[in-house]
Design a protein around this ligand. Structure first.
Ligand code: SAM
Length: 532
């Protein structure tokens, strides 16, 4: 299979593994509404934020939507749509080294995206999918990099969203009126989109021309261009006409036997004259409750960019500043993504949050149908995060002007210290709960199960294996009597688990034979804890 190469690729393909785990700190003053609603807005570079979030949410997100910088090369914008922000420039310099100077803007974009997509994949549930907004500047690079990270076989579709309602007279060539939304599933074989609700317009196609007691129906075409092995028979119409077979190059879509059965059940429409090409009836009462989503999303259904800007301006106070956030997506677009890609109780992740449209759409969907969807948003730019994203969410939750609040709430978080210091020691600020979450996740690859209030050395069981952490404060006292060292008496007091055990502790006084007999693998804290 062809693969994509670019300058700096070698430095970034495994980079996500080296990113240190950090603590998350919640800021109550910038949070709003119900703090326990399960929603988070994290301010920080999403590479660090995603790594910090993994121990909590790996394998738990049903729907990821991201709207990364499009990399249009337009440097003049206040809110950059490229990868030239100071944070990303610094990061590229650090990760790529001196080659960073030779990177083209496409190389930089790919270097930025690869490790972030690699982390995002780890958040998806087995039945989850990722939706990525993009335009022609990077769509082909995006497809290449997504093929590598998610697997080409997991490509689902490229949706075309009609973002403008009128042509741009200033266009150099064509007026570009659409964006793409590229969709990959974790496993495309088993993933399926939810159906879209039927619209009135779609239902008006169903009529009842012959007063069929089964209600309105629409005629289907009996001829199809695909090959149907049983379908080239002669048809005798009730009005006398003989049809020798389907039009050249096509086939009848049902066998002669099925056709006769359908006709007997009055499921064939022969036209008013009873001499037309027969059409099988499709009854409204028998079609699926919704409509299979199409890959073209017109602005009449999914909103357009002017809608989106108006929405943000009505929700965020930009004061006298001209610096209005100029790249939002309309809430209707995100509502559609949620309809197709999320359940009523799904966790939804957007790691390029911008003005917070994804969070807004989640709150709106919950208010409309009583769902319990939750969102995690990440935004790197501090001004945007505090003054646009948080402000918008707060107003939507509490209400603004004459618009009542939708309810819900979110916690505003920032990134704290890495869990481990430069020497590999546990940072002083790390609590037992922090270390426990980290140890369980790095040992098992899944988040720690919900803990009862009482602290226990048995953190949880995964795939039959019990994971234990011996602690004292967080290992403040490393002496044998301090409870952090695995001795015969400590082992006897540990909560029981029938099966293999992995025990993390500051030391071990049991011999290899005893450990084998007891089914214990001992791992020394901190050296045998994975730190990145
Ligand atoms: C195109 S905007 C997203 C707009 C959003 N969909 C909306 O409806 O408002 C991209 C956003 O990603 C943010 N961003 C860029 N690089 C980032 C990174 N490494 N981590 C987190 N956010 C980032 C930018 O600051 C910008 O706000």
């Amino acid at each position: 299979m062809p693969t994509l190469d670019w300058i700096g690729k070698k430095a970034v393909v495994n980079h996500h593994r080296q990113v240190p785990y950090r603590l998350l700190k919640c800021d109550a003053a910038l949070s709003a509404g119900d703090a326990d609603a399960g929603n988070l807005l994290v301010r920080g570079d999403n590479l660090l934020a995603l790594k910090a979030l993994l121990p909590y949410y790996a394998g738990k997100v049903k729907c990821i939507y991201i709207d990364p910088p499009y990399n249009t090369g337009n440097e003049g914008w206040v809110y950059n749509d490229n990868v030239n922000s100071p944070e990303i420039r610094r990061w590229l310099g650090k990760v790529i080294g001196k080659d960073a100077e030779d990177l083209s803007r496409h190389d930089k974009w790919l270097c930025m995206m690869y490790p972030r997509l690699a982390l995002l994949r780890d958040f998806l549930t087995e039945d989850g999918a990722i939706f990525v907004s993009i335009d022609d500047n990077e769509v082909q690079n995006l497809r290449g990099v997504m093929d590598e990270v998610f697997g080409a076989r997991n490509f689902v579709a490229t949706i075309i969203w009609q973002k403008n309602y009128a042509p741009k007279a200033s266009a150099k060539h064509f007026s570009e009126d659409h964006d793409y939304i590229v969709v990959y599933a974790k496993f495309a074989d088993t993933w399926g989109p939810h159906l879209m609700p039927r619209t009135e317009k779609q239902d008006t196609m169903y009529k009842n021309r012959d007063d069929d007691p089964r209600g309105p129906w629409r005629p289907n075409n009996l001829a199809a261009r695909n090959y149907y092995s049983k379908g080239t028979y002669r048809i005798q119409c009730p009005g006398g006409r003989v049809i020798e077979g389907p039009p050249r190059g096509s086939y009848w879509r049902v066998s002669e036997e099925t056709f006769k059965e359908l006709d007997k059940d009055n499921r064939i429409w022969w036209g008013k004259d009873r001499n037309s090409v027969p059409a099988p009836k499709i009854f409204l009462s028998e079609v699926k409750q919704g409509v299979v989503p199409m890959t073209i999303w017109p602005y009449t259904e999914a909103g357009h960019t002017q809608d989106a800007k108006k929405e943000v301006v009505s929700l965020v106070d930009f004061g006298d500043s001209d610096e209005v956030f100029i790249t939002p997506k309309p809430t209707r677009l995100l509502e559609r993504v949620l309809t197709v890609g999320a359940d009523k109780d799904s966790l939804i992740l957007d790691s390029f949050a911008g003005s917070g449209t994804t969070g807004h759409a989640v709150l709106k969907a919950n208010a409309a149908d009583g769902g319990r969807r939750r969102f995690i948003l990440v935004e790197m730019d501090e001004t945007i995060c505090r003054e646009v994203t948080a402000q918008r969410l707060t107003r939507v939750i509490k209400g603004y002007g004459d618009t009542p609040g939708l309810g819900g709430g979110f916690r505003y978080c920032t990134l704290g210290e890495p869990l481990f210091n430069a020497d590999g020691g546990i940072a002083e600020c790390v609590s037992f709960a922090d270390l426990a979450r980290h140890v369980f996740f790095t040992e098992t690859g899944v988040p720690i199960p919900k803990q009862p209030r009482k602290v226990s050395a048995l953190l949880g069981v995964h795939a039959g294996k019990g994971v234990y952490l011996l602690y004292n404060g967080v290992l403040g006292d490393k002496s044998v009597k301090g409870g952090n060292v695995l001795t015969g008496s400590v082992l006897a007091t540990l909560p029981p688990h029938d099966g293999p055990k992995v025990i993390y502790g500051a030391g071990c006084r049991l011999g290899a034979e005893r450990l084998r007999r007891e089914g214990v693998t001992f791992k020394q804290v901190p050296y045998e804890i994975k730190v990145t």
